[in-house]
Design a protein around this ligand. Structure first.
Ligand SMILES: [Zn+2]
Length: 550
């Protein structure tokens, strides 16, 4: 992307106008304020500064220039954000994007050419899918009257590269004939197509070929349409088929995507976690579906997410449920998704010991990939608890530098700092009793005692002996950073634990679902905001006021 274009956009557009197109801004002195679009709040902490041409949210920490705002708001890449703003400013971007751009434009033209609501209406009706979705998803049909050849004859080679036609000794031939067409739109233009046979071909579904714009392992049907809804609650439903996705939307759940003829990959998960933090799977309930679901859950776990699984009565797939039982039954099943480890625990409780052990080792192995110590600890605890297996006494906070190879728990590390009154007051500005789970009683005994006795406590809590004695050897000046890191870790761990508990609750909530869910989303959101504050160094001095004077 040319620097010159970016400069021209900056010169022509004002950040106040740009952001004003998306959200309502109120003038306050020299700047503007609004309710932040990136987190839920009741009083505005989002401000736009016209003289510096930047925005900043003091609630969640989001901030940047106009490109950053559009990037975040539209969930697009930087190049696309520039494209959107160039369009607003009426600046033509030279299309030196080369072949990628040509592919997209050709796909777009083909989508329009194939588009045909009437041809697919009876298929859609039979499946009880809302007719409006034909237009939402730009569903088309390729019959003898709408062949790509010879209409786009001069683009035959390009269509071959995209997998829309194929070539043999006799030349090029259409690949999608007599198929219903599902365009795959992730941002603006179709990156590819899925085609479902309407005349009983051996291959029920075919897809575009992997190319510069289409990657099977990343392609998600419906993402372009669902993005806004996914972002709203940070939840996404993942299904296996196009009609299953549309069944969900018909039932009232718009935040749904379908993989395109492939299992869910780590690229899919990474992509979706840009928009959502909760993944809910709704696959076929046959052997293959259950196994694919399980693999996907393990993948999600590696990214620190406990995915949930939708259980539909009588083992039907989503579309079949919509047809046989109606939208309410599908909706209810979707809202009662079960966290995966609980679901598989039940499933595996009917299995052999060997299978159960495999489940245990696979889940605990996946957990090892989680980079964040606090998330890893919380999820590990959760799995051990669910399976009723006693966890080995260690946490993974101290991965190296411990010569004996034994892990020192974060709570053990906190003990010396809690012991001395000077550090204790610092510590207690961040942590509280709920942050100490390994030995809650020891924590209370220390903080409720002006002069805790090392010897007495060591006898009572032998596991902590060496840390209790260490308290006599700490130098305040040298260890402030460490004290701070430990305290933050403890706090963050509790918040994450609360968040997961909330997610589990949400996933298994019954009764007045809508109301209790929205309350819980709010709670979860508040927790996320606190967490993001804890992650922002700048806000830390605020939370721990008087801290930096030392
Ligand atoms: Zn915010």
């Amino acid at each position: 992307m040319q620097k010159e274009i970016i400069e021209r956009i900056k010169n022509q557009l004002d950040i106040v106008d740009v952001i004003g197109r998306y959200i309502g801004l109120t003038k306050k002195g020299v700047s503007y304020s609004a309710l932040c679009p990136f987190h839920t709040e009741k009083t505005p902490s989002f401000t736009v500064n016209p003289s510096m041409q930047i925005f900043k949210c003091f609630g969640c920490g989001a901030g940047g220039d106009m490109f950053e705002f559009v990037r975040m708001y539209e969930s697009v890449g930087f190049v696309e954000a520039v494209e959107i703003l160039a369009e607003t400013a009426g600046i033509a971007i030279k299309q030196d994007n080369g072949v990628e751009y040509e592919y997209l434009m050709l796909n777009n033209e083909i989508m329009e050419y194939w588009l045909d609501g009437d041809a697919v209406k009876s298929f859609i009706s039979e499946r009880h899918i809302d007719h409006g979705l034909i237009d939402t998803y730009k569903i088309g049909y390729c019959d003898k009257n709408r062949l790509l050849l010879p209409k786009f004859e001069n683009k035959a080679q390009m269509m071959n590269e995209l997998g829309l036609v194929y070539k043999d000794r006799d030349g090029y031939h259409d690949r999608f004939v007599d198929r219903m067409i599902f365009p795959i739109i992730q941002h603006r233009y179709p990156i590819g197509f899925g085609g479902r046979t309407m005349i009983g071909n051996a291959a029920k579904y075919i897809n575009s070929k992997d190319s510069d714009i289409y990657h099977k392992s990343e392609a998600l049907f419906g993402l372009g349409q669902a993005k806004t809804d996914i972002r709203k609650n940070k939840v996404v439903y993942i299904v296996e088929g196009y009609t299953d996705a549309m069944a969900y939307v018909t039932a009232g759940i718009k935040a749904v995507v379908a993989t395109c003829g492939t299992a869910c990959t780590k690229n899919h998960i990474r992509l979706l976690l840009r928009y959502a933090d909760t993944l809910i799977l709704s696959y076929d309930n046959d052997r293959a579906g259950v196994s694919a679901e399980y693999r996907t859950c393990l993948l999600a776990l590696k990214y620190g997410v406990i995915a949930s699984v939708v259980r539909i009565p009588h083992g039907k797939d989503p579309n079949k449920t919509l047809i046989d039982d109606g939208p309410a039954v599908l909706l209810k099943a979707a809202e009662n998704a079960i966290p995966f480890h609980i679901y598989y625990k039940n499933l595996f409780s009917r299995c052999t010991v060997k299978e159960r052990l495999r489940f245990f080792s696979e889940t605990t192995n996946a957990v090892k990939y989680i980079q964040d110590d606090a998330v890893r600890t919380v999820i590990t605890d959760e799995i051990y608890n669910t399976l009723g297996i006693e966890k080995p006494h260690k946490t993974t906070i101290t991965k190296k530098g411990n010569p004996a190879g034994r892990m020192i728990t974060i709570e053990q590390q906190a003990i010396p700092y809690l012991f001395d009154k000077r550090y204790r007051s610092k510590m207690l500005k961040i942590v509280g009793p709920e942050d100490f789970v390994e030995n809650h009683d020891l924590f209370l005994e220390i903080i409720n005692n002006d002069q805790p006795n090392v010897n007495d406590l060591s006898v009572k809590y032998p596991k902590y002996e060496q840390y209790l004695y260490a308290s006599t050897q700490i130098s305040l000046a040298k260890n402030m950073d460490k004290l701070y890191a430990i305290a933050m870790h403890l706090r963050k761990r509790t918040l994450l634990r609360e968040m997961y508990a909330l997610e589990l609750q949400m996933a298994s909530s019954t009764g007045d679902v809508a109301e209790s869910l929205s309350q819980k989303w709010q709670l979860k959101h508040d927790l996320l905001v606190v967490l993001s504050k804890l992650n922002t160094e700048k806000n830390v001095t605020h939370i721990v006021d008087g801290w930096k004077e030392q």
